[in-house]
Design a protein around this ligand. Sequence first.
Ligand SMILES: CC(C)(COP(=O)(O)OP(=O)(O)OC[C@H]1O[C@@H](n2cnc3c(N)ncnc32)[C@H](O)[C@@H]1OP(=O)(O)O)[C@@H](O)C(=O)NCCC(=O)NCCS
Length: 177
Amino acid sequence: MLATTLPNCILRPWQKNDVASLVSHANNHKVWRNLTDNFPHPYTQANAQFWVQYASQPIGKSLHLAIVVDGQAVGGIGVDGQAGIYQKTGLFGYWLGERYWGQGIATSAARALVLHLAQINWFVRLEANVFAWNPASMRVLQKAGFRQVGCQRQSVFKDNALTDSVLFEYLFGEITA
Ligand SMILES: CC(C)(COP(=O)(O)OP(=O)(O)OC[C@H]1O[C@@H](n2cnc3c(N)ncnc32)[C@H](O)[C@@H]1OP(=O)(O)O)[C@@H](O)C(=O)NCCC(=O)NCCS
């Protein structure tokens, strides 16, 4: 997937000149509190420089793309392959700058990445974990064809609070709505 133009955004590889935009959208407590601790906070220029370098040279079966709106990288979406017995499952994730929430952008991006992953056939299954306090993300996954398959109660400690982790999966062999 070199670049895909969707009605409300473009998905394309991260570029060195995305650093300033990445910092300005990623350095947000409301974004960070819905992601794993691999996503830094505060999100510094050094973090952004590391990310654009890392994401543009993926190792193995992983793909990380910038979500671009009005020419600016305002979010990210991607998948990480796993090792060993879980190698056929891809871990799916995304985030979007708060200014752009509520416009269907994450849904478009998620649908497009799922479609692309179906074409390249890396995985038989995708998985995403959503914190229980994040219904918007659950809705994004549902609209992209994922279904909820479990809930790991009180498994997450984030932002000084305990919450459940809700597990969603997408099976490429299944016909989804
Ligand atoms: C989750 C996130 C990516 C959603 O992005 P977005 O572009 O605003 O999402 P969309 O507009 O495509 O869809 C959001 C859906 O959630 C719904 N929604 C929003 N807030 C909601 C709420 N409090 N309760 C229920 N549904 C809600 C919207 O109505 C919409 O559904 P609809 O189209 O059926 O009306 C964005 O909020 C974000 O980046 N959050 C921080 C990081 C994050 O949570 N990443 C995902 C980790 S699993």
